[in-house]
Design a binder for this molecule. Structure first.
Ligand SMILES: [Zn+2]
Length: 74
């Protein structure tokens, strides 16, 4: 009874396999990716965002220094 709940169909060969399977026992397809790939994508997206933020911060700091130097010169 409880066994039927824990199954899904393999997207590749349509055979019934365990819901937590990371590899199909019938066609040996890799079923582990979607969640992991999504996590990896969001992580790299976060890194890109952080790099953009830091370079923006650095740029505005340089601008502030240049403005300060100009004020001091006059
Ligand atoms: Zn399969």
């Amino acid at each position: 009874m409880s066994l039927a709940k824990e199954t899904k169909r393999c997207p590749f060969c349509q055979e019934v396999i365990s819901a937590t399977a990371i590899r199909c026992k019938h066609c040996h397809a890799d079923l582990s990716d979607p969640a992991k790939k999504a996590k990896r994508n969001s992580l790299s997206h976060l890194n890109t965002f952080r790099i953009g933020f830091l370079s923006g911060l650095l740029f505005s700091a340089i601008l502030a220094i240049l403005a300060w130097l100009q004020c001091n010169g006059q």
